[in-house]
Design a protein around this ligand. Structure first.
Ligand code: SAH
Length: 250
C-alpha cells in the first residue's frame, strides 16, 4: 500500500477523521438557530466517515449531500446511515471539494468540519459561496491560533504545514471581506481533540501495524501521527479548531 492508502486505512472504522464531537456539531447548529420545520438542502463537504453528517441528519429536515474524495469513508457513512434508517436523507458523493457539481444558489447550508484547509480557508469561502442561496449558511471548522502570540517552535511548524493558520479575528475578517456575516464563533475544547480523536486513533495503532505487517511505511504513518499528537500535547494552549458560523449576505 502507498502512504496515502495507509493513512486512509488508519482512519477507517473510526468515529471521526479530525478533532470534533457531536456536542460541538450540535452547539454550532444551536447557534444557527434554524427553523427546523423547513426543508434544508445541505452539503457536508469533506465529510469523512460522517460523524457530523449523522448528527446533522438527525437534527435537520431535508437532504444532506455528503461529499468526500475517498470512497472508503463514504461507504462507511452509507453503511452507518442505513443502519440508522437515515440513508434516504444522506446522499454520498465522491468528488473533490474544489470541483463540486452544485448549481448556483442551490444550497441552504454548507457544513465542513476540519476539511476546508485542503483547498485553503479563503479559497474555500470564495469557491463555495456561489452554491449557497442568499441568506444561506456556511459552517466550517478551521485550525486557528487561540492566543495573540505563541512560541517559535509551533509557529514555524504550522507556517510550513498550513501557512493560512491565523487568529479568529483574521479569519472573521476574511469571511466579512468575502460576503459573509459572522453569526457565531467558538473553538473546540481539548476533549474534542484528545478523547474524541487522538485517543481512539492511538488505540487503533496496534491493529493497524499488525494488519499492515509492520511495514516501514506503516510505521512511518504511526510515527507521523504520534508526532502530531505530541506537538498538540506540548502546544495545546495556542491552537485549536475554530468553528465559524456565518451567513451569506443578501
Ligand atoms: N469532517 C470529518 C472528516 C475531516 S478530515 C470529521 O470531522 O471527522 C478531512 C476530510 O477531507 C477527509 O475525510 C478527507 O478524505 C477529505 N478530503 C481531503 N481532500 C479532499 C478533497 N479535495 N475533496 C473532498 N474531500 C477531501
Amino acid at each position: 500500500m502507498t502512504e496515502l492508502e495507509l493513512i486512509i486505512d488508519l482512519h477507517k472504522n473510526s468515529e471521526r477523521q479530525g478533532p470534533g464531537s457531536e456536542g460541538d456539531t450540535l452547539k454550532a447548529l444551536e447557534i444557527l438557530n434554524l427553523n427546523t420545520d423547513k426543508n434544508f438542502k445541505t452539503a457536508d463537504i469533506g465529510c469523512g466517515s460522517g460523524g457530523q453528517t449523522i448528527s446533522l441528519a438527525k437534527n435537520l429536515k431535508g437532504q444532506i449531500i455528503a461529499v468526500d474524495l475517498f470512497p472508503e469513508f463514504l461507504n462507511e457513512l452509507h453503511e452507518k446511515a442505513k443502519k440508522l434508517g437515515l440513508d434516504d436523507k444522506i446522499l454520498t458523493l465522491e468528488k473533490s471539494m474544489d470541483a463540486l457539481p452544485f448549481h448556483k444558489e442551490e444550497l441552504d447550508l454548507i457544513w465542513s468540519e476540519g476539511a476546508i484547509y485542503n483547498i485553503g480557508f479563503e479559497n474555500g469561502l470564495k469557491k463555495w459561496k456561489d452554491y449557497l442561496k442568499k441568506g444561506g449558511f456556511l459552517v466550517v471548522s478551521e485550525i486557528t491560533w487561540i492566543t495573540p502570540s505563541r512560541p517559535n517552535e509551533i509557529e514555524e511548524f504550522w507556517n510550513v504545514e498550513y501557512p493560512e493558520i491565523d487568529t479568529a479575528a483574521h479569519k472573521i475578517k476574511q469571511l466579512e471581506n468575502n460576503g459573509y456575516t459572522l453569526v457565531g464563533y467558538f473553538y473546540l475544547n481539548q476533549d474534542s481533540w484528545v478523547k474524541n480523536y487522538y485517543q481512539p486513533m492511538q488505540e487503533r495503532f496496534k491493529d493497524f501495524l499488525k494488519r499492515n505487517n509492520n511495514s516501514g511505511t506503516a510505521r512511518k504513518v504511526v510515527e507521523d501521527h504520534q508526532a502530531e499528537i505530541d506537538l498538540y500535547q506540548k502546544f495545546k494552549d495556542y491552537y485549536s479548531y475554530g468553528f465559524y458560523i456565518a451567513r451569506k449576505n443578501e
